[in-house]
Design a protein around this ligand. Structure first.
Ligand code: NOJ
Length: 763
């Protein structure tokens, strides 16, 4: 529920890894130590409170509802009556303070409320959408961006963000691909950990940080047909090797909350699955925090054909391990006292859940400082450093997909005229992307505004060309302010756009999906450019004049085989869209992002991933469609630059390692072009044989580096033992096979394997 304004040797021995249920992922940075209060002090304060609480108050403590307009009166009574422990969707300091007063001044035990909100890619200052941040392959800026978002959130009294979304997304029809890090568990884990560090910064209670809640546990991205909320059928191997690792990384980075997904995982709804929420999440992944269900997910157990009614739903959810119920309006957890009296729920479960929430509140400092300084929020929002960070993030996220004849960067000194065309060109709203809220006054600027601002001396014409597309199926969520759709006949503006292109030195076409065509409940059956954008694009490209496409998108789109010379994927760049895109097009910065997903040529090819298994006809992989050429438009990890790079001298430090030993891979990376720029060096491995077939290649390391023209740098990567392990679905356990591994380091997932190492026991 949200108001939107707007993813060895076949004969060799097997080494099962039984110790910790370690899931492969990037190394995790050590935790910061606990805050001022010791754990013993927190426990003592929680004990003292628990002794005073009634069963009803405990059930209230683990109940959360949406604070939507018009509900304040009713909520006030529930808060004062100790029936709510948390509310979500307040994002103004005056509102959180007002609600907090109801709890702290009017309720019997004066327990402060925990305020939650979807701070996905910024609250006031908007950063690129998460898929764009992932395309930066830069965990440092990802962490910085979420730290800045946390600071803004905390300033208005938000304590908890329902983020990061760490769902692996392999079907781009699924609109929520925009909220994650794409198809790969290794990059996904790095992004998950970086975001948790940014939001939470280790132990709870750090100033200006919020509780992080990775979601949606687990497998949400594997929804059938890419249809949001649809059931998920995921194999044991996929679950452990693909979908769980980012959660493990987020937990290891300190996340104290996890959100259970809505849908059924292999037939059992996630919020009702004790196996998932306890055996997997706690026992195997080591999670120590509390689980919240997704909005109304407890009551939904009825619709999902699992629970008989609200009472049964509450019993099933708490027994499965849901520790806080997020309800639209009426928490089913209110029935828990009755269930406990009837012996359906062990009171220990409720105590355990209530204790966790109280402990979180204490460690976040809410008992000591329940209110926020309303003037400070404005000052935090106005901090120019956050805007600079948002611009840098947008610049680092962009991926250059095509640049024929070196059309980009444009030379500002030579440029006399430019046509800016497209329904999203002057839409600041769309450039922000989904999960942005009008009430947080997000600063924004359209691509057109950014270009006009940057190119004062250049004659810039603007024409929309075709209307902004309207959803065929109405969104269940209210949209942001609508961008203008002033054209009645959908193709009537195309001749004007063609004339503008003919009259200009270069045409920038800003195309893609509106911010409300992507995100929750925004799956698409087609990846085509929406509305009449393809007709517009084809007509403008047919002029033969130079055309640059700037894409606003959160998933791969089908560009109809366009011959446009340059394509820059800007994602939804956020508050600094205009300045960032102008800087990229004019070459003030060079694009250095890389695709976090495989870009299919046609929607019929999905799901399409780089890390597939070989069939018995490995060389026939791209020829299996009768009616379509090779399925990949751009490969995983792909992205061009304004310079060129060369890799050489790939080495492994040992040709043979014993199982469980690390190995170092190193390579020379040289900037062979004429300007400084970034490259993302990607390490891929391939296990040639084993106790299961392994993917044709798997990402196991990456580094984004800046090199001056002519500069060569030796990069080294550590392959840790856990990077060579995988979950074997026959043994239901981690294995590390003895095998020959191919190794490659390069600029995208097509880099040929050039060396090998052997994992073999010393016999
Ligand atoms: C439903 C979404 O699935 C979830 O991601 C979000 O955090 C909640 N609504 C709250 O807005």
């Amino acid at each position: 529920m949200k108001r939107k304004v707007l993813n060895l040797s076949l004969l060799g021995s097997v080494v099962p890894v039984l110790a910790a249920a370690l899931i492969t992922g990037p190394a995790v940075i050590a935790q910061t130590p606990a805050t001022a209060q010791s754990q013993a002090q927190v426990d003592a304060r929680v004990d003292a409170l628990m002794k005073q609480m009634t069963v009803e108050e405990k059930a209230g403590q683990i109940s959360q509802v949406f604070a939507l307009p018009g509900m304040e009166g009713a909520l006030g009574k529930q808060i004062a009556g100790g029936q709510l422990g948390s509310v979500l969707f307040l994002s103004k300091a005056a509102d959180t303070n007002r609600f907090q007063r109801m709890a702290v001044e009017q309720s019997r035990l004066k327990i402060p409320l925990l305020f939650g909100f979807d701070v996905i890619h910024g609250l006031h200052t908007i950063f690129p959408v998460p898929i764009g941040m992932a395309a930066s392959w830069d965990p440092v800026i990802v962490e910085q961006a979420q730290a800045a978002a946390a600071r803004e959130a905390r300033a208005v009294g938000i304590h908890w963000t329902f983020a990061p979304m760490v769902d692996i997304a392999r079907d781009p029809r699924w609109g929520r691909m925009v909220e994650g890090a794409g198809e790969d568990p290794y990059l996904g884990s790095a992004m998950a950990a970086a975001q948790v560090r940014g939001f939470q910064n280790g132990a709870l209670g750090q100033p200006d940080r919020v509780l992080a809640g990775p979601k949606h546990f687990v497998g949400y991205g594997a929804a059938l047909g890419g249809r949001d909320y649809d059931e998920v059928d995921v194999s044991d191997a996929q679950l452990w090797n693909v979908y769980l690792p980012p959660f493990k990384a987020a937990i290891d980075a300190g996340a104290e909350n996890v959100m259970a997904a809505y849908m059924q995982v292999n037939g059992i709804p996630a919020p009702g699955s004790r196996w998932l929420l306890n055996d997997v999440l706690r026992d195997k992944l080591g999670f120590k925090g509390f689980v919240v269900n997704d909005a109304d997910g407890v009551r939904n157990l009825i619709a999902e054909g699992f629970a008989t009614g609200p009472d049964d739903a509450a019993v099933r959810a708490i027994n499965a391990g849901v520790g806080m119920e997020m309800a639209l309006a009426s928490p089913a957890f209110r029935t828990l006292p009755k269930a406990i009296a009837a012996g359906k729920v062990d009171p220990v479960r409720l105590d355990e859940a209530a204790r966790r929430i109280l402990s979180v509140k204490m460690r976040l400092g809410l008992f000591d400082k329940p209110y926020v300084d309303e003037a400070k929020a404005e000052r935090v929002f106005a901090d120019p450093k956050t805007r600079v960070l948002a611009r840098r993030a947008a610049e680092r996220a962009a991926v250059l997909l095509r640049n024929e004849g070196g059309l980009l960067p444009l030379d500002a000194k030579k440029l006399r005229s430019m046509a800016v065309v497209g329904p999203l060109a002057d839409s600041a709203t769309d450039a922000l992307g989904p999960w942005v809220f009008k009430e947080n006054n997000p600063p924004s600027s359209s691509i057109l505004a950014g270009l006009r601002n940057r190119l004062k001396g250049v004659r810039i014409s603007y024409t929309q060309g075709v209307p902004r597309a309207v959803r065929a199926v109405a969104s269940p969520f209210a949209g942001l302010a609508k961008a203008p759709t002033d054209l009645t006949d959908s193709k009537v503006g195309i001749p004007e756009a063609v004339a503008a292109a003919n009259a200009a030195d270069v045409t920038i076409m800003v195309l893609g999906e509106n911010q409300d065509m992507i995100g929750e409940s925004a799956s698409r059956a087609s990846l085509a450019l929406p509305g009449e954008q393809q007709a517009l694009l084809d007509a403008v490209v047919a002029t033969g004049k130079p055309v640059v496409i700037v894409l606003l998108n959160g998933r791969p789109l089908d560009l109809g085989g366009t011959k446009a010379q340059a394509i820059l994927d800007a994602w939804y760049p956020g508050s600094e869209a205009g300045a960032a895109v102008a800087n990229l097009l004019l070459g003030d910065v060079a694009p250095g992002g890389k695709l976090p997903f495989t870009w299919p040529a046609n929607v019929g090819h999905v799901p399409l991933i780089y890390s597939h298994l070989n069939s018995h006809q490995p060389n026939n992989a791209t020829k299996r469609y009768w009616d379509q050429p090779g399925p990949v438009a751009w490969p995983y990890g792909y992205g061009l630059s304004y310079t060129s790079f060369a890799y050489s001298n790939l080495k492994v430090d040992r040709e043979t390692v014993a199982p469980g030993q690390p190995i170092e891979v190193s390579v020379d990376l040289r900037n062979t072009g004429a300007r400084a720029a970034d490259e993302v060096a990607q390490l891929y491995i391939h296990q040639r044989s084993g106790t299961a077939s392994r993917p044709v290649r798997e990402l196991k390391g990456f580094q984004r580096v800046t090199l001056k023209p002519g500069e060569t740098r030796r990069l080294s990567f550590q392959l840790r033992p856990e990077d060579l392990r995988y979950w074997n679905s026959a043994t239901h356990d981690w294995v590390a096979d003895e095998a020959v591994f191919d190794v490659a380091v390069g600029g995208d997932s097509r880099v040929p394997f050039r060396t090998t190492f052997n994992v073999a026991a010393d016999r």
